[in-house]
Design a protein around this ligand. Structure first.
Ligand code: SAM
Ligand code: DTB
Ligand code: SF4
Length: 341
């Protein structure tokens, strides 16, 4: 087994150490992760982000998990880039529904300068004006484009590594791992915060997950936001028949991510509709502290917001209060509540 140090100032982080953490007894690992979580965060607080697909389908990449790839017949109806006003409206309604971050997703391989990118910049301004943290995910990006996004008011850029380097070519062949790392570097250099995570349940091994976790934690600094997606197996994609992810694998990845990246927001992202309340509770205990709120992810259904708030309340958790929140109705979403029954 290799003892390759990670090539960064976090050189002290050896792959073997990451592996040793990942492979601990599950409850030992959860216990450690919960302790780390409590030191760095208010453990009762869960961030609620909302997602909007602003340009849907017809993507040139062949990511085998993705219903929006033009390479597969998935029934996703392509839709052109939305208008700025409609995006502002969606952001205001997400905020009223309890979200504090709004993420815009575009099914693009990469960003091209021109009227469509200009419109994205205006969308960022509209979301910001609605009083929400802003995040976009647009595919590959150059340094100057990242700077323009920051100047438009963007807080986070989402760009996932998805899996370990060795497994990556089994999932996507129209781009490579280093393309992803280059975009992440441009994003970081522009002064944006990084949202970067992965997908579980694509057929990857434990070693591939350890590789991914090592890659994420060795970023300098590590991503501020780490989405952990459980594959949503969509008919028509090459991964449609993948069996569901074993629950303990998810908990193990969340807990290891928390131990390795104490300051990050770890988001239980896609796939929550298939997770029981008990499993989500265990993930919150293991350090997850963010979810996507709303009945839709990009093209697939998500958990019901009412059910999500009910679950948070049963667990003694509450949503992060958006900046400037204060109406009587919205306050009810953020109060800490005592158990009543
Ligand atoms: N095109 C951009 C890109 O690939 O970076 C942004 C949109 S893309 C849909 C954003 C992320 O959604 C992907 O990186 C992947 O991690 C996640 N994703 C896409 N389809 C998924 C699925 N079926 N299940 C779980 N996660 C998925
Ligand atoms: C992320 O890591 N997960 C979100 C967000 N970033 C953009 C996307 C999940 C997409 C799930 C499949 C779909 O709804 O199309
Ligand atoms: Fe395109 Fe992003 Fe889907 Fe890949 S994940 S096919 S890049 S939209």
């Amino acid at each position: 087994m290799s003892q390759a140090p990670c090539a960064s100032p976090r050189a002290a982080l050896h792959r073997n150490d990451v592996e040793a953490t990942y492979r601990r007894g599950l409850l030992e690992l959860v216990f450690e992760a919960a302790a780390v979580h409590r030191q760095a965060h208010d453990p009762a607080e869960v961030q609620c982000a909302s997602l909007l697909s602003v340009k849907t389908g017809g993507c040139a990449e062949n990511c085998s998990y993705c219903p929006q790839s033009a390479h597969y017949r998935t029934g996703v109806e392509p839709a052109p880039l939305m208008e700025v006003e409609a995006v502002g409206e969606a952001a205001r309604s997400a905020r009223a529904g309890g979200a504090d971050r709004f993420c815009l997703g575009a099914a693009w391989r990469e960003v091209h300068d021109g009227p469509e990118f200009d419109r994205i910049l205006a969308m960022v301004g509209a979301v910001k004006k609605a009083g929400l943290e802003t995040c976009v995910t647009l595919g590959m990006l150059t340094g100057p484009q990242a700077v323009r996004l920051r100047e438009a008011g963007l807080d986070y850029y989402n760009h996932n590594l998805d899996t370990g380097r060795a497994f990556y070519p089994r999932i996507v062949t129209t781009r490579c791992y280093d393309d992803r790392l280059r975009t992440l570097e441009a994003v970081r250099e522009a002064g944006l915060k990084v949202c970067c995570g992965g997908i579980l349940g694509m057929g990857e091994s434990h070693d591939d997950r350890i590789d991914l976790l090592c890659e994420l934690a060795r970023q300098t600094p590590p991503p501020e936001s780490v989405p952990i997606n459980a594959l949503v197996a969509v008919e028509g994609t090459p991964l449609a028949e993948r069996p569901p992810l074993p629950w303990d694998h998810l908990v193990r990845v969340v807990a290891t991510a928390r131990v390795l990246m104490p300051q990050a927001r770890i988001r239980l992202s896609a796939g929550r509709l298939q997770m029981s309340d008990t499993l989500q509770a265990l993930c919150f205990l293991a350090g997850a502290n963010s979810i996507f709120l709303g009945d839709r992810l990009l093209t697939t259904p998500n958990a019901d917001a009412g059910d999500d708030f009910a679950l948070l309340e049963r667990l003694g958790l509450h949503a992060v209060r958006p900046r400037g929140a204060g109406t009587a109705a919205s306050d009810m979403l953020y109060e800490k509540k005592e158990v009543t029954s």
